[in-house]
Write a protein that binds this ligand. Sequence first.
Ligand code: ATP
Length: 233
Amino acid sequence: MLNLQDVTTHYGTSQALFGMSLSLEAGQVATLLGRNGMGKTTTINTIMGIVPASGGSIKFEGQELVGQASFKTANLGLGLVPEGRQIFPNLSLMENLIATASNHLGVADPWTVEKVFALFPELETRTSSMGNLLSGGEQQMLAIGRALMTNPKLLILDEATEGLAPLVRQKIWHALTEIAGQGMSILVVDKNLKDLLRIADRHFVIQRGQVVWSGDSTALESDATVRERYLGF
Ligand code: ATP
């Protein structure tokens, strides 16, 4: 579904990705793991076209994304839950949900606000609250709901549960497990390895803008050297 080959990305003269290669099959849940500053967010933003790739190839269902405007990439079915949630502060929860909703790909059974509320019942009682008055957990659920309302084929989450209370984190993981169970492909960055090991089919460990290890949860769990060397635990 998604295939990155030798992708390089620069911020001005400073290089952040040094030949990033990874692939994700349809229906898989994959993670990007690595210490701070190793290039996880840059990888996601390069896939989405928010930061331009300076070299290499990124194909989504065979279509080249490098050089394409990010709104076009989004319209191909890539839904982003960005780092920091980026909820529109001066729109209500309901407005946030529907402002960018679409069904570009003509999905037969598209996401609706009712489906989002079934996934996150907490949101239903807050529909008229402004984005900036929502709690961190509500904002994260809303950011996921907003992305789902674009009916993506691939959901990309950057720091899915950062800064959230354990109970709220569990709700997010529960929802992601449910969505994954429905066949959604997911690429996720998070620091909570325990939850990721449970939900993900494949992990990509990133070190200085390159994938240095990939494998499934069993392999990662049993490889203490990789975890200590690249992840710090
Ligand atoms: P974190 O977990 O801290 O978010 P990360 O793995 O997502 O880290 P990136 O944010 O992608 O890492 O950063 C990769 C490298 O690119 C770092 O060296 C960082 O300093 C640099 N970088 C990131 N954003 C910019 C920017 N806007 N301008 C210049 N350099 C940047």
